[in-house]
Design a binder for this molecule. Structure first.
Ligand code: SF4
Length: 84
């Protein structure tokens, strides 16, 4: 997955989060469940979130239950990952 906040150094096998989530060094699993993820949809939950955001021009801000729905839908219907 390619979050816009993520930088990966393959030689050192290190991952850095620009906004400091997970102490700045998230695992792939951390990013998979992160509420601040920004990038291509990881699953149906991200797609629903993006549609709501576009349809409301960003006026509806996600709340805790929205994040739970997002994570649950991503788990139930995750999209296949492309090789990075
Ligand atoms: S998914 Fe979250 S932890 Fe991972 S890089 Fe993006 S903002 Fe940081």
């Amino acid at each position: 997955m390619s979050c816009t906040h993520l930088t990966v150094y393959k030689e050192q096998k290190k991952r850095f989060c620009e906004i400091g989530k997970y102490e700045g060094t998230p695992t792939e699993e951390d990013c998979g469940g992160c509420s601040e993820y920004s990038g291509p949809s990881r699953g149906l939950g991200d797609t629903v979130k993006n549609v709501i955001s576009k349809a409301t021009a960003g006026k509806v801000k996600p709340c805790a239950p929205c994040q739970k729905r997002r994570e649950a839908l991503n788990k139930m219907m995750g999209y296949k990952k492309k090789e990075e």
